[in-house]
Write a protein that binds this ligand. Structure first.
Ligand code: NAD
Length: 247
């Protein structure tokens, strides 16, 4: 087993975008990393190697689908074998779906629900027993402002993020006696591949609506996640909007 004095963070959806930036921020702080993604295994493995070289940290990569409970079970087993347990769980993996609700198929509905929401349940269920045993740990969920106010043409996505927000508030109450804060970061528009569907013109129009006048960066989300990993455990059950004053 690797160094048990070091803390271990597990980040889902770490091959790119926000998850990748979070991995970088925690690697810099000498955390041991368990990194997951679904379809970009070679990219994630190369990234893990570069983090190990740059920061001298230990990385375990687990390629698989977060919507599969059996995969999640195996991922946590591997993480426990290698590092002993997860101190910080970051539920980041997610997909979006843009379109009218009445055009959505059963399969699309199930896929977004399972990827965005059920994964948070599966990972938390695996992480919590060790954290309760240690009487410490952190759960940070990457959510969206659409989970707070809802978005037209993103009903299913908004529903998953709204559910993550209530999951966060409820689990925070359940785990506060065990000294385990649970918080969510409700992102506004962050500059990642998830928003590559917008044209330059649409991007410009969107930026004009945001009081800060720009998209947020994955590094800004990562900095907030890192601060939530070390903040007072009295800060729990919060849905923190990181949106440039947008909503
Ligand atoms: P992204 O598309 O750049 O990255 C998503 C990551 O999730 C990738 O690593 C991908 O491999 C992984 N992933 C997707 N489906 C998966 C699955 N089934 N199993 C395992 N991994 C899977 O997106 P991003 O912008 O970095 O988004 C990260 C999180 O932030 C998501 O939960 C998203 O909803 C949330 N968010 C993003 C924005 C934004 O504007 N970018 C806004 C609000 C919330």
């Amino acid at each position: 087993m690797e160094n048990q004095n070091k803390k271990t963070v597990l980040i889902t959806g770490a091959s790119r975008g926000i998850g990748r930036a979070i991995a970088d921020a925690f690697a810099k702080e000498q955390y041991q990393l368990v990194l997951n993604c679904h379809s970009s295994g070679s990219e994630l493995n190369a990234y893990a190697t570069s983090l190990e070289k740059t920061y001298g940290c230990n990385c375990l990569t687990c390629i698989g689908d977060v919507s599969s409970p059996s995969f999640i079970r195996q991922m946590f087993e591997k993480a426990r074998d290698r590092f002993g347990g997860i101190d910080v769980l970051i539920n980041n993996a997610g997909i979006s779906h843009i379109g009218l609700l009445h055009d959505m198929t059963d399969e699309q509905w199930q896929q977004i629900l399972n990827t965005n929401l059920s994964s948070v349940f599966y990972c938390s269920r695996e992480a919590v027993p060790y954290m309760i045993h240690q009487k410490s740990g952190r759960i940070i969920n990457i959510s969206s402002v659409w989970g707070v106010v809802g978005a037209s043409c993103e009903v299913a996505y908004s529903a998953t993020k709204g559910a993550i927000n209530s999951f966060t508030m409820a689990l925070a109450k359940e785990l506060a006696p065990s000294n385990i804060p649970v918080n969510a970061i409700a992102c506004g528009t962050i500059d990642t591949a998830m928003n590559s569907c917008f044209s330059e013109e649409e991007r410009h129009a969107l930026e004009e609506e945001i009081p800060c006048g720009r998209y947020g960066t994955p590094q800004e989300v990562a900095a907030l996640a890192l601060s939530l990993a070390t903040s007072s455990s009295y800060l729990t059950g919060q849905i923190i909007r990181l949106d440039g004053g947008w909503i």
